[in-house]
Design a protein around this ligand. Structure first.
Ligand code: HEM
Length: 407
């Protein structure tokens, strides 16, 4: 067993992942944490799996840069994908990051988020009504994926009849962040950036001509900037709108989908939540920890750094494995157990430090409302076939989950 784990850790590489790994990466993550927590990959980059090492990388921004200009040039060439990913705030260091983040955080204020709640509840109830009529349904398409696209659409006030392409654009652009890219994936990603930019140029022009209420409409707020005169350039504005639309999309779909599947597969935990609905808060945190929708993050060292007995040279790309850190026994008791009452659950699903997810309050609200209302309406929902994984490594979720409910 120990020899198997050692072999699993020794042979691990991001460019040769198997279908088995995509279904259940956790045995590999455990083997890596135990035998090669700072694992050198064939291309010279490193893969980190220990909780404490991830916290160090997230919090030591001087030594672990988020700027991806160097790393993404060979991956994307001089393309729309390159321009997009290197302009979005998540892949920049200060001062560009700080300026854009301040504007976005101002637009995602607790008040702005609280104002979204009634529309979110109405949307979830509408979807549940439709599911009740159907009886048999597809959990991802009919429910989990239908929520974030509307929420982010509302956030930027994208007209309802213009929202249809958003999900596909977003999946294509984020798909291009996978560790290994096919020519077809990169062509699809580039096409999506081009089409998305064209669409947003029109939307921004319309909003400039007829501004919305900056308290509620994040796009108007980003266009107008802060009272102190801080503004985004046109390029920053467009790419960060794309980023916002993407960031909250697949991740939140996966939170809802992963949560409802995990509860169906752990009937005792589902019963506890049904008996004590107020546990939804800790349940959402546990879902985020146990099946983190965003499994990988990236940094590049800017100076020599030591992690345990390994020293990384300056200029080393590093992958931060959130999925592994969130099951590190040095941080979490009995980490392989799905426990919806877990407390002191300081998971890294939203990262930590200066880049910590700007939309986490919104994601938590969406997760709590969607999952608790679904359970309340359909306490005996059941999987109606085998859930199919999305097949991605960075974003962990399901492509389809056939389900059945009694009307
Ligand atoms: C379950 C849902 C979500 C998960 C798991 C998630 C995860 C993350 C993670 C791990 C990061 C940090 C990346 C890094 O440091 O490398 C991040 C950043 C970010 N997220 Fe989320 N996210 C979610 C939902 C959302 C939503 C709903 C929004 C917006 C409405 C959003 C907006 C952002 C933004 C703007 C950043 C960049 C922050 C920065 O670089 O300063 N996210 N997210």
């Amino acid at each position: 067993m120990a020899a198997d784990a050692r072999e699993l850790a020794a042979s691990f590489d991001l460019d040769s992942l198997t279908g088995e790994f995509c279904l259940d990466p956790y045995p590999t993550y455990r083997a890596l944490r135990e035998h090669a927590p700072v694992k050198r990959l064939r291309n010279g980059s490193y893969f980190l799996t220990r909780y404490d090492d991830l916290v160090t990388a997230y919090k030591t921004t001087r030594a672990f840069s988020s700027d991806k200009k160097k790393e993404f040039l060979p991956k994307y060439g001089d393309t729309p994908l390159y321009e997009h990913h290197t302009t979005s705030l998540v892949f920049n260091d200060q001062p560009a990051h700080t300026r854009v983040r301040r504007l976005i955080m101002g637009a995602l204020s607790p008040r702005a988020i609280a104002e979204m709640e009634p529309a979110l509840i109405a949307l979830v109830e509408r979807l549940l009504d439709r599911i009740a009529e159907k009886g048999r349904f597809e959990l991802i398409d009919d429910f989990a994926a239908a929520i974030p696209v509307e929420v982010i659409g509302n956030l930027l006030d994208v007209p309802h009849d213009e929202r249809e392409p958003l999900r596909d654009w977003s999946l294509s652009i984020l798909g291009a962040l996978e560790p290994v890219l096919t020519a077809e994936q990169s062509a699809r990603g580039n096409r999506a950036v081009r089409e998305f930019l064209l669409y947003l140029e029109g939307l921004v022009a319309r909003r400039r001509a007829k501004p919305g209420n900056p308290e509620r409409d994040v796009l108007t707020r980003l266009i107008q900037g802060e009272a102190n005169g801080e503004r985004l350039s046109e390029k920053e504005l467009l790419h960060n709108c794309i980023f916002l639309l993407n960031a909250g999309h697949e991740t939140t779909t996966n939170l809802i989908g992963n949560g409802l599947v995990a509860l169906a597969q752990h009937p005792a935990e589902k019963r506890r939540l049904l008996q004590a609905p107020e546990l939804i808060r800790t349940a959402v945190e546990e879902i985020l920890r146990y099946e983190s929708s965003n499994q990988l993050g990236n940094r590049m060292t800017t100076e020599a750094v030591s992690l345990g007995d390994v020293t990384l040279a300056p200029g080393t790309p590093v992958t931060l494995c959130i999925g592994a850190a969130n099951r590190d026994p040095a941080q979490f008791d009995d980490p392989e157990r799905f426990d919806i009452t877990r407390i002191a659950n300081k998971h890294l699903a939203f990262g930590t430090g200066v880049h910590q997810c700007a939309g986490m309050a919104l994601a938590r609200l969406e997760g709590a409302i969607a999952i608790s209302r679904f359970l309340r309406r359909f306490p005996s929902y059941a999987l109606d076939g085998k859930p199919v994984r999305g097949g991605r490594v960075r974003f962990r979720g399901f492509l389809s989950v056939p389900c059945a409910v009694e009307g």
